[in-house]
Design a protein around this ligand. Structure first.
Ligand code: NAP
Length: 259
């Protein structure tokens, strides 16, 4: 399917690995030129090269911490005027509700709520002026169905979701559509790190931890970055113009809810 976005330009944050990389790769497949970002230069350059070789689009790689003001300034300078923004960053660490102090919340809010909001504020006005834009925020299944040990994530992402709910309706009339993608468990480094924690805590092997978590998903497996990226590319396509302020859950059926 031709997504109708060949020649557009996208900024995909936190995209050397995992879900961000999946989104970057799928947008490149649709013919979109990219600015990609991560903190570590090596894996970022490898991903940039892999995307260029696979799809022949222009890829600019900016090694910077997207959750810092300086990092965002560097990324925004390289990005210039983009048509598509995919917001992403690492997720907060797991823990216990009794342990989190104000600073832990500030860090989580900075990374997973205020960073995407800052990028939206920087880039959406230009999209509105040009009359076309797409914003996809990678949040989490935890927005719909809390994951107790990820309380910092549950809180910060809920804040972003509220902001997007209102803002998406204020910008839709100018041709800019904004939505959230909610990953359930996907096979990425983040999943390996969470599974390692489960394995250590329960005295089981990593594979046993994966099997145990897979059994909680009706699809019986983890999602893939490719599936996730394809959904992201569709939400950035010409055909997504009537999808406004939605929270699209990709969790293999794990959230047991009718709506
Ligand atoms: P991942 O495989 O660990 O990849 C994270 C990517 O983001 C890497 O490219 C990493 O590169 C980059 N990154 C992390 N922090 C960054 C920062 N401050 N600035 C710039 N780049 C940064 O993670 P993932 O599984 O794709 O997860 C992506 C997001 O989805 C996370 O917020 C995660 O919490 C959320 N999520 C994931 C799952 C899942 O099952 N995978 C489920 C629900 C929610 P560098 O380390 O080099 O910066």
């Amino acid at each position: 399917m031709d997504l109708g976005i060949r020649g557009k330009r996208a900024l995909v944050c936190a995209s050397s690995k995992g879900l961000g990389r999946g989104c970057a790769m799928a947008l490149a497949e649709a013919g979109v030129d990219l600015v990609i970002n991560a903190r570590s230069e090596g894996p970022l350059e490898e991903t940039a090269q892999a995307i260029r070789e696979a799809h022949g689009v222009t890829v600019t790689a900016v090694a910077a911490d997207i959750t810092s003001e300086e990092g965002r300034a560097q990324v925004l300078k390289a990005a210039g005027a983009v048509d598509i923004l995919v917001n992403n960053a690492g997720g907060p660490p797991p823990g216990m509700w009794t342990d989190w102090e104000r600073d832990d919340f500030i860090k989580a809010l900075d990374a997973n709520m205020l960073t995407p909001i800052a990028l939206i504020k920087a880039l959406v006005p230009g999209m509105m002026e040009r009359g076309w834009g797409r914003v996809v925020n990678i949040t989490s299944q935890s927005v719909k169905s809390p994951i107790a040990v990820l309380g910092l994530s549950n809180s910060a992402r809920a804040g972003l979701t509220g902001y997007v709910a209102g803002t998406s309706r204020q910008v839709a009339g100018s041709g800019v559509v904004m939505n959230n993608l909610l990953p359930g468990i996907h096979a990425t480094d983040r999943a390996v790190s969470l599974d390692t924690g489960v394995a250590e805590k329960e005295g089981i092997t990593l594979q046993e931890a994966v099997t145990k978590r897979s059994a909680t998903i009706p699809a019986g497996r983890y999602g893939t970055p490719e599936e996730f990226g394809a959904t992201c590319a569709f939400l950035c396509s010409q055909y997504a113009g009537f999808i406004v302020g939605q929270n699209v859950l990709l969790d293999g059926g794990a959230t047991n809810a009718t709506l």
